[in-house]
Design a protein around this ligand. Structure first.
Ligand SMILES: Nc1ncnc2c1ncn2[C@@H]1O[C@H](COP(=O)(O)OP(=O)(O)O)[C@@H](O)[C@H]1O
Ligand SMILES: N[C@@H](CC(=O)OP(=O)(O)O)C(=O)O
Length: 439
């Protein structure tokens, strides 16, 4: 049974990184389908090719000179080609892309070229067949993935293909225009290919040794999660653990294909296995912590609101009418609070407030901005008493004021609202109490 291997941008940022990926692929015959991202950052001050392509296109569209940025892009690809001693030339492709820029082919077309060019290099380097993602991944006219067409075209195209490179991140719409997934979308391409070829494993190679209990940019050297279920992962990805695009879960989950997150720089590490279900006990009470900043809350206060039939519905209808998504909704006897994305809410704020006044005549409404939400996730929490108590103790010890707590009925997660400026400290405190005190 074949394996699908996706390499993220950091794993393909230079010729040396390509060589590491090449060794990994060649070390197992079953690694037959390769999904490359565009070259990522070589160090923390570097720029991702995708970002540079967006920038070039924006300049081209305004008729501004983008020759310097373009040079940065072409020389990065040339460095990789030279470093791998390939005879490949991308001159024709570079010229074609610039022509398309002049003809205003669109930002999505521009961004997709990062993966397209890297795919050509990868195919030449591995001597695998190149399959253009525009011929096998399909979107509808509204930019949504057409899953059925994609699956059948991928199956048809890959059925009689030995080994292939399929660039990540893009496909085409019904008019043949190149369309991309949202950022980080090469993970979805990998997942779609894994489903189509009935892979027995989808390996996602990145620059960390698996899914970590907390974001390594916040907690130093966090522990690696050995096994995580799709449900736990979904909660963590949604809340900002960005190692895997949240939409990459659905195609493989339906087929029961596990995902293995691995480190290109440390291939000897087993990484994290993402599975439908597992009997294995998690190492710690919690599986992971993730969070996002940028929320605002609207607290509606009205005495005896709990006796007023339809109160919540009327409030929620105001948000719906103004097209505002609701993130969380904890409530008390005389209050209900609605958490929303601050950037989406700001422009509609006064309309929503006026709507709520009209709909339910509250005693008062309170707004709070610059909030963050943190999800503490774990299948082990259900069996363990005192989990929320430990979280509160840790946060109070760290001097963090808790604005909201919401426990999902599945007991798989606890969501905590804090002020943005307490975000990092809150995550570190929760990590310490569950991981460091247990080691
Ligand atoms: N819980 C987590 N576990 C692992 N990595 C995380 C986590 N949360 C955030 N990250 C970040 O995700 C990065 C990997 O994702 P990404 O940058 O998309 O990789 P790639 O370029 O390989 O696709 C890591 O370098 C890390 O900084
Ligand atoms: N190159 C695209 C798609 C992608 O998935 O990249 P990465 O695998 O490096 O996250 C982006 O930067 O969004």
């Amino acid at each position: 049974m074949p394996k699908v291997v996706k390499f993220g941008g950091s794993s393909l940022a230079s010729a040396a990184q390509f060589q590491k990926a090449g060794e990994i692929i060649r070390s197992e015959k079953s690694r037959k389908y390769v999904i490359p991202s565009a070259p990522g950052k070589r160090n923390s001050r570097d720029t991702k090719i995708t970002d540079m392509l967006y920038l070039c296109y924006d300049k081209a569209e305004k008729g501004l000179d983008y020759s310097e940025e373009w040079k940065f892009i072409t020389s990065r690809y040339q460095e990789i080609i030279d470093g791998l001693s390939l005879t490949l030339s991308l001159e024709k492709e570079f010229e074609q892309i610039r022509e398309q820029f002049e003809q205003k082919a669109g930002r999505q077309y521009a961004a997709s070229r990062g993966e397209y060019l890297n795919g050509l290099i990868m195919a030449a380097y591995l001597e695998f067949e190149f399959v253009d993602a525009a011929d096998v991944i399909f979107f509808d006219k509204d930019g949504r993935l057409n899953t059925e067409k994609t699956n059948s075209m991928l199956q048809q195209r890959l059925e009689n293909t030995g080994c292939a490179v399929i660039p990540g991140f893009y496909g085409s719409d019904p008019d043949g225009n190149v369309t991309t997934f949202s950022r980080g979308g090469s993970d979805i391409t990998g997942s779609l290919v894994a489903k189509a070829v009935h892979a027995d494993l989808y390996e996602n190679w990145t620059d960390v040794s698996g899914f970590l209990v907390a974001d390594p940019r916040i907690v130093k050297d966090p522990a690696v999660i050995e096994t995580i279920t799709y449900r736990e992962l979904r909660e963590l990805s949604y809340m900002g653990a960005t190692v895997l695009h949240e939409d990459a879960i659905f195609p493989v989950r339906k087929e029961g294909i596990p995902i293995n997150i691995r480190n290109t720089n440390r291939p000897e590490d087993p990484g994290t296995l993402i599975v439908e279900d597992t009997c294995r006990h998690p190492r710690f009470t919690i599986t992971g912590i993730a969070g996002k900043k940028g929320f605002a809350s609207v607290t509606i206060d009205k005495a005896m609101m709990n006796t007023e039939v339809g109160f919540c519905r009327k409030v929620l209808q105001v948000f719906e009418e103004n097209n505002v998504c609701i993130e969380h909704m904890p409530s008390g006897i005389d209050t209900m609070t609605v958490f929303v994305h601050q950037d989406e809410f700001e422009s509609k704020e006064q309309k929503v407030l006026a709507g709520i006044h009209r709909a339910v005549s509250p005693d008062f409404i309170e707004l709070e901005s610059d909030l963050a939400l943190i999800a503490v996730v774990g299948r082990g929490m259900r069996q363990t008493r005192g989990t929320s108590g430990r979280i509160f103790a840790a946060l109070s010890h760290a001097n963090v004021n808790v604005k909201m707590i919401d426990q999902g009925s599945s007991e798989l997660n606890i969501i905590i609202g804090v002020r943005c400026h307490d975000f990092e400290q809150a995550i570190t405190a929760i990590y310490d109490i569950f991981v460091n005190t247990q080691l």
